[in-house]
Design a binder for this molecule. Structure first.
Ligand SMILES: [Mn+2]
Length: 328
C-alpha cells in the first residue's frame, strides 16, 4: 500500500511539531473514522511534546475510546489556534465555532480519503482517495515515521478502520487492510468490545427509531431506490441521540433489489441532511452534488445538506435519485 502523497504527510507532521497550538477536528457530527483519526494524531503529537486539542462531542458509540473523554465540545472551541487540521471531512462541513477557528489559523491542514475532497483552501492537504479510511492513512504514516503502536493508539486507529469498512465487509477492504489490522490487534486491546460498540450496539430509542423508519420507508424506481426519513418531532418523541442514526441507511440499501438508498434527517427546522448509500452501480458523488453544492463523500457513501422542509427534501431526493436508479 502506497501513500499517494508522502510529501504532504511529512510536511504536515513537521509543521505540526513546530506549531504553538493545534486543534484537530472532524466535520459536524463526527463518525468513527474522524474521531479515531483525531485521537490517533493527538496521541502521536503528544509523544513529541505537542499538546493538541480534539474538537467535537463523541456519540455514545465512541465515548469509551481512549482520549474521547478529553474532547472539547464545538461550542467551547475558541477562535485562536496556530494550526487547525481537518480529519476525514472537508472544511465546508465544519461546525460554526470550529469553522471560525479554521479560517483564522496560520496553518490549515487536511487529512482525508474522501473522493470529493480537493486541496483548495488548505496550506497542506494530504488526500488519499485510495485509502479505506483516514485512520489507515495515519497508520501507514505512523509506521514510516517510526511511531510505535501501543494498545491505545491501536484502538483508536482500529475504531476508524472498522467503522469505514463496515467491519471489513465493504469493497474498500483490501489484503493490506487486514495486514494492518492484524498488527493493531497484536497490541492486545479489546477489539470485540470496540466493534460491538461501533457497529452493533444501539440504544433502545435508536432501535425504535429504526423500526419506524423501516415501517415508513418508500420504494421507487422499480424497487431499486429506497427512501426513509427521520423528522425532528420523531427524534424528540423517541429521545434519539446522534449515534442512533448510524447504520439505518445501510440497512435500507441492503433491501433485496435496492441499489440506492437515502435517509433524510431533519437536523433542525428547515435543515435536512441526506445520508446516501449505493451498492456500486450508481456513483453518488454527482448526485450528492446535485442535492447541494457542498454535498460529497465517496462513490458508495455520500451526504448532502439542504435548507428545506422534510417534504421538499423528499421531493428533491426523488427528483435527483430516481432517474439514476431507473437508468440502471
Ligand atoms: Mn472516513
Amino acid at each position: 500500500m502506497l501513500l499517494t502523497d508522502l510529501k504532504a504527510a511529512d510536511q504536515l507532521l513537521s509543521e505540526l511539531l513546530e506549531s504553538s497550538s493545534v486543534l484537530l477536528t472532524g466535520p459536524e457530527n463526527p463518525d468513527g473514522d474522524s474521531i479515531g483519526a483525531c485521537l490517533a494524531l493527538q496521541r502521536v503529537l503528544a509523544r513529541h511534546g505537542v499538546r493538541a486539542v480534539v474538537a467535537g462531542t463523541p456519540s455514545y458509540r465512541y465515548s469509551t475510546l481512549p482520549g474521547a473523554d478529553a474532547m472539547v465540545a464545538d461550542e467551547a472551541v475558541t477562535a485562536t489556534w496556530d494550526a487547525v487540521v481537518v480529519l476525514d471531512g472537508d472544511r465546508h462541513r465544519l461546525p460554526e465555532p470550529v469553522s471560525r477557528a479554521f479560517s483564522a489559523a496560520r496553518l490549515r491542514g487536511l487529512v482525508d480519503h474522501h473522493a470529493s475532497s480537493t486541496p483548495e483552501g488548505y496550506d497542506i492537504a494530504w488526500i488519499d482517495s485510495t485509502s479505506c479510511s483516514t485512520c489507515s492513512m495515519l497508520a501507514e504514516a505512523f509506521d514510516r515515521w517510526g511511531e510505535r503502536l501501543d494498545p491505545q493508539l491501536a484502538e483508536v486507529l482500529y475504531a476508524g478502520i472498522v467503522f469505514d469498512t463496515g467491519g471489513f465487509r465493504y469493497s474498500n477492504t483490501s489484503p493490506e487492510t487486514h495486514q494492518m489490522v492484524a498488527r493493531l490487534l497484536a497490541t492486545g486491546f479489546d477489539h470485540a468490545a470496540v466493534s460491538a460498540s461501533i457497529l452493533a450496539e444501539r440504544r433502545a430509542a435508536g432501535l425504535r427509531l429504526a423500526g419506524e423508519v423501516f415501517r415508513d420507508m418508500t420504494l421507487h424506481a422499480e424497487g431499486r431506490l429506497a427512501i426513509g426519513a427521520v423528522t425532528l418531532a420523531q427524534r424528540e418523541r423517541l429521545g434519539v441521540a446522534q449515534g442512533d442514526l448510524e447504520g439505518i441507511v445501510d440497512a435500507l440499501v441492503h433491501i433485496v433489489g435496492v441499489e440506492v438508498a437515502a435517509l433524510l434527517i431533519e437536523r433542525e427546522a428547515g435543515v435536512v441532511k441526506y445520508s446516501l448509500r449505493s451498492r456500486g452501480r450508481v456513483d453518488l458523488l454527482p448526485l450528492a452534488g446535485a442535492l447541494s453544492p457542498t454535498g460529497g463523500g465517496h462513490a458508495k457513501a455520500a451526504g448532502a445538506k439542504r435548507n428545506c422542509s422534510v417534504e421538499d427534501g423528499l421531493k428533491a431526493a426523488l427528483a435527483v435519485l430516481e432517474p439514476a436508479a431507473l437508468a440502471l
